[in-house]
Design a protein around this ligand. Structure first.
Ligand code: SF4
Length: 99
């Protein structure tokens, strides 16, 4: 687990799975619990770490992250074919397409 700083703003934590990396910015969270209800095996506030991207299919993780109403959750797909082994450019946020 690592922390990513973006634009000098609040910290965003990264939870790395084999196929998808989920990031979370606590300051944005509206506690709507879309994540917890949508995929409780991955998003469990009572567990540490509270996000376990490998606990479900990556497609389902992405689906729930995209439903996050605040943009607190974001994801990046891991491209295992990439030569550097790092995350692919494919990324998204639950706030996409919203004003
Ligand atoms: S869905 Fe987003 S806003 Fe709602 S509890 Fe999860 S992280 Fe917070």
């Amino acid at each position: 687990m690592s922390e990513i700083r973006e634009g000098g703003g609040a910290g965003r934590k990264a939870y790395e799975g084999r196929s998808v990396i989920v990031t979370f910015e606590a300051g944005r969270c509206r506690h709507a619990a879309v994540c917890v209800h949508g995929l409780p095996e991955v998003f469990d506030p009572g567990a540490r770490p509270w996000v376990r991207p490998d606990a479900a299919e990556a497609e389902r993780v992405v689906e729930v992250v995209r439903r996050c109403p605040s943009g607190a959750l974001r994801y990046a797909l891991v491209d295992r074919a990439a030569s550097d082994g790092g995350p692919d450019a494919a990324a998204g946020t639950g706030a996409e397409g919203k004003p």
